[in-house]
Design a protein around this ligand. Structure first.
Ligand SMILES: C[S@@+](CC[C@H](N)C(=O)[O-])C[C@H]1O[C@@H](n2cnc3c(N)ncnc32)[C@H](O)[C@@H]1O
Length: 223
């Protein structure tokens, strides 16, 4: 189903899924389509769109961390499991927590995890601003991923409490303006974080613009 895009993994992410990972991506797609009949999970249902906007986009944000093993990651506001599920499939040594405030969403993601036998994924239902204060989650993650949950400022506020020293938040954004950059910079001063880098890139099939904003808490020294 996605084999026609197979060569693009290598040329754009310098990574190639195994046959088993390809199969897991396909099963994820089928399960999302099935789940969509029961609850509103996504409007992205065509195979090409799904590959680009859910699979590829999810992995592009964490590409800078490929090659690092045993990372603890949290996907905040995961919805139907993005970007967390593709990351769990692609990086089996990472432990990924998929958090959403809506129990119906996490129930769906839990089912997917069981059906595709993703031993490195677990779900958590609750609000980010509450979960981030709990000791077992506060400052416990290497990566906090957040896509399509709100303004960059809000995403930073949600993500930063989860990060341990040396950790980074990845804010997945579409367009990115100077005004947003200015507002985020100000917000980071209050939160105690810095913008490590902003990556601008285009998706490989439709050349849509994307930005990933990488943030680190002040006590982090890594860039
Ligand atoms: C537009 S969806 C995005 C889903 C997914 N990240 C994606 O990009 O496809 C936003 C999700 O964030 C969740 N959400 C919103 N506010 C939240 C909060 N404070 N804590 C946890 N989840 C939240 C919503 O329930 C919803 O599932």
């Amino acid at each position: 189903m996605f084999s026609q895009f197979s060569h693009l993994w290598q040329s754009t992410l310098n990574w190639q899924p195994t046959a088993e990972q390809e199969l897991q991506f396909e099963r994820l797609y089928n399960l999302v389509l099935e789940g969509n009949q029961i609850q509103n999970l996504t409007r992205i249902t065509e195979p090409q769109d799904f590959w680009e906007k859910h699979l590829w986009d999810s992995l592009r944000g964490v590409m800078p961390f490929f090659g690092q093993e045993n990372l603890q990651a949290i996907d905040i506001g995961t919805g139907a499991g993005f970007p967390g599920l593709p990351c769990a499939i692609a990086q089996p040594t990472w432990q990924i927590t998929l958090l959403d405030s809506r129990q119906k969403k996490t129930a769906f993601v839990k089912q997917v995890i069981e059906k595709i036998q993703l031993v490195n994924g677990r779900t958590l239902a609750g609000r980010s601003e509450e979960i981030g204060r709990i000791q077992v989650h506060r400052q416990k993650y290497d990566l906090a991923l957040i896509r399509a949950v709100g303004s960059a400022e809000l995403c930073a506020q949600y993500a930063l409490p989860f990060l341990k020293s040396g950790g980074q938040a990845v804010l997945y954004r579409g367009q990115w303006s100077d005004k947003e950059q200015e507002e985020l910079t100000k917000a980071c001063e209050t939160i105690g974080a810095e913008i490590v880098k902003v990556e601008t890139f285009f998706t490989p099939l439709t050349a849509s613009i994307r930005h990933c904003i990488y943030l680190a808490p002040y006590f982090s020294t890594s860039v």
